[in-house]
Design a protein around this ligand. Structure first.
Ligand code: G16
Length: 529
């Protein structure tokens, strides 16, 4: 670098990935997202940034080309830090500055990052790349490779993988395999082994084959479900819909569609009472649902998943007599009923973080066991090192057969859950195992508490940035008067809550409201009269 050779080649290659004039983008809730045709320069520059981050951390850094739940014509990029977490927030501004730099400013912006972070360009670096199934992803991942190559760094392209698989691989590579074998096959083996061990503990393991219908959102999750299924040794029978053979990615299907629309996805056959789930476009989110005999739709979202998993873990801890502190982290979108159930009935502390798993993940790290889920189905469970060690020490040391079984189950939960990030496949297997062990039907799971009626809308506005929020996005501070209006509308209803916030992945404002009734007060007044 000292003789400027790298920078020359950076600038030369950059000209092949020109930034569209006047386009300004921001590193949002989960990286950059916009129409795929506007992203080539961003991909190239994120290739550069990943190399700098790798040199700085002396670790493998991940670059995932995906726009997750967004429509097929969009794309995006998420950067993965050494332990498999999202890119540290202090580097998000570097990412934004790089993405928006004019061609002639690129050298200066890069030099500033190198100086500010005291990066030694002679240090080794390596980047792990993955991509989803969008038509634009292949081409855009080549632009990432171009950026990496311009800085003469090593890289490994893992091709088509789910986002959580790339997070897993990055973590494995940086822990010398302690987290697992750093391959997709290693991921399948680790998860399926833990899943099979868990399901063996279910009372009806021998007799009943579990059956689950999966909506693959026509994305990468569908491909990967086909790959993991043979590893599950028929312990779970899966029926896959929206596998990408016909439909468009996330179009009238997928976890986001099902959660927001509160209805079945298209392209799936559902018999009454049957358990179904939907993945999103990069398989880091999952929601469950079923339809009852009267054709009513019932959704089991991230809040219901968090409740099921934390109840199960808490029961195991009691059996093992382990005093570990456990908390649940949610966002403003969490249904009020779920928060009340967790706090009042389960006596588990609940915290509210800003939208975006990066925020929830950090909060969850503060506890021995941190369960975090966004209502949209994005979440996982984190075990502190101390908690993992305590559990490992108790294996085979339990006083009773029940305690020995419980500690073994805790160890298998640790292996099954992808602690690097929310993971639809890993979450699905854990949920299926818990339902089997507890002999729970999806209906019984749903009855743990009743959701307050709620609605979420997207509103297109000229400039979503005029809205500014506080209190983990539960109140607005700008524009003036907006919060007062919301308060005025909400006060006429019981158990009511509403908020608005600008999305960090789409050019929209999100609106959420819940109350104990769906009937408007206007109609109530009229009916009374
Ligand atoms: C991403 C984030 C999630 C977030 C979602 C929506 O999900 O990873 O944490 O909830 O965007 O964010 P926003 O409301 O800001 O648009 P995904 O699955 O699309 O990567």
């Amino acid at each position: 670098y000292k003789n400027g050779m790298h920078l020359e080649s950076v600038l030369r290659s950059s000209a092949r990935h020109a930034r569209p004039a006047g386009l300004t983008l921001e590193y949002g809730t989960a990286g950059f997202r916009t129409k795929a045709e506007h992203l080539e320069h961003v991909m190239y520059r994120m290739g550069l940034l990943a190399v700098l981050r790798s040199k700085k951390t002396k670790a493998v850094i991940g670059v995932m080309v995906t726009a997750s739940h967004n429509p097929e014509e969009d794309n995006g990029v998420k950067l993965v830090d050494p332990m498999g977490e999202m890119l540290v927030q202090e580097w998000e501004s570097y990412a934004t500055n790089l993405a928006n730099a004019e061609e002639h400013e690129l050298q200066m912006v890069l030099t500033n990052i190198i100086k500010q972070e005291s990066i030694s360009m002679q240090d080794e670096s390596c980047v792990a790349i993955g991509r989803d199934t969008r038509p634009s992803s292949d081409h855009l991942s080549l632009a990432v490779v171009d950026g990496i190559s311009a800085l003469e760094s090593k890289y490994q392209d893992y091709g088509l993988v789910t986002t959580p698989q790339l997070h897993y691989i990055v973590c494995c590579r940086n822990t010398d395999g302690r987290y697992g074998e750093p391959t997709v096959e290693g991921y399948y083996q680790k998860l399926s082994k833990a899943f099979i061990e868990l399901v063996k503990q279910s009372p009806d393991c021998e007799t009943e084959k579990k059956c689950l219908s999966i909506d693959g959102a026509n994305g990468i999750g569908a491909l990967k479900i086909k790959e993991i299924e043979p590893h599950l040794q028929s312990m779970l029978s899966l029926q896959l819909f929206n596998d990408g053979s016909n439909g468009r990615l996330n179009h009238m299907c997928g976890a986001d569609y099902v959660k927001v629309q509160q209805k079945l996805p298209e392209g799936i056959d559902v018999r009454p009472g049957e358990r179904c789930c939907s993945f999103d476009g990069d398989a880091d989110r999952i929601v469950y649902y079923y339809k009852d005999s009267e054709d009513r739709f019932h959704l089991l979202d991230g809040d219901k998943i968090a409740t099921l998993i934390s109840t199960f873990i808490k029961e195991l801890l009691v059996k093992v007599d382990l005093k570990l502190n456990m908390a649940v982290v949610q966002t403003a979108y969490a249904n009020g009923s779920s928060t009340r159930y967790l706090e009042d009935v389960m006596k588990v502390p609940v915290f509210c973080a800003k939208t975006g798993v990066k925020h929830l993940h950090h909060k969850a790290q503060e506890f021995d066991i941190g369960v975090y889920f966004e209502a949209n189905g994005h979440g996982t469970v984190l075990f502190s090192k101390a908690a993992e060690e305590q559990i490992a020490q108790l294996i085979n040391a339990g006083a009773t057969e029940e305690a020995r079984k419980a500690v073994q189950m805790l160890a298998n939960v640790i292996s099954l859950i992808n602690q690097t990030v929310g993971d639809a496949i890993s979450d699905m297997l854990l949920i299926e195992a818990i339902l089997a062990i507890k002999s729970f039907t999806v209906q019984k799971w749903n009855e743990i508490y009743t959701d307050l009626p709620n609605r979420q809308l997207k509103v297109k506005v000229a400039d979503r940035k005029v809205i500014d929020t506080t209190d983990a996005e539960r109140r607005t501070v700008k524009p003036p008067g907006l919060q007062e209006k919301i308060d005025e509308l909400v006060k006429d209803y019981n158990m009511s809550r509403a908020f608005v916030r600008p999305s960090g992945t789409e050019d929209v404002v999100r609106v959420y409201a819940e109350a104990d009734t769906q009937v408007s007060s206007f109609k109530q007044h009229k009916d009374k009269r």
